[in-house]
Design a protein around this ligand. Structure first.
Ligand code: SF4
Ligand code: SF4
Length: 183
């Protein structure tokens, strides 16, 4: 989620580098019919659900997902499939599709805001994706997550308590998980 090339000066922010100029408008938000809006709210706003990302995916269509080249699979021992990566500098790469922000990552499968959206390389995803969370450590919703959800017509998340997680811990919600290997 998900600008994953650091936005300096905000320790709480994800290391997803984002193009804020294109952010809100860059996401392909759709006009929703009342029925579809109700369906989405029902699907995505049940804060008792363990993982709201499974019906969202907004952060994966917003940020520039930038990371150190050593995370690319190969001799360096990285995990990110090289065919899904664009080299943006001698030491940095980003997920294809996210080069300029405001567009979908190539590994994102499904329709934004709909059930079943997921990351096709979940187990191999780069560090920025692992660090971006729907909730902060204190259980408050991540403001960036809230903003992106709103941009695609989803309701904000409620704060979490330790009792909300299956094992008393905040789940690693982002990025969406459903199918661990690229299809
Ligand atoms: S709920 Fe938040 S963290 Fe999860 S996919 Fe949506 S924007 Fe990303
Ligand atoms: S690699 Fe996966 S988690 Fe990361 S931006 Fe792409 S779809 Fe989202």
């Amino acid at each position: 989620m998900p600008a994953r090339s650091s936005r300096s000066g905000d320790a709480q922010r994800p290391r997803l580098s984002g193009n804020h100029a294109t952010t809100a408008s860059g996401i392909k938000a759709q006009a929703l019919s009342p029925a579809e809006g109700a369906r989405r709210r029902a699907a995505a706003n049940d804060t008792s659900a363990a993982n709201p990302c499974l019906s969202c995916g907004a952060c994966c269509a917003h940020f520039r997902v930038s990371f150190y080249c050593g995370e690319i699979a190969g001799e360096s021992g990285g995990t990110v499939p090289p065919e899904l990566v664009t080299q943006v500098s001698p030491l940095r790469a980003c997920m294809k599709g996210t080069e300029y922000g405001g567009r979908r990552c190539v590994a994102l499968r499904g329709e934004l805001g709909h059930d079943g959206i997921h990351c096709a390389i979940y187990e191999q995803r780069p560090t920025p994706c692992r660090e971006f969370q729907a909730w902060l450590d204190d259980g408050t919703p991540n403001p960036d997550c809230q903003r992106l959800r709103k941009a695609i017509g989803l309701q904000p998340l409620a704060p979490r308590t330790d009792d909300d997680g299956d094992d008393g811990l905040h789940p690693n919600t982002n990025p969406p998980r459903r199918g661990d290997v690229a299809a």
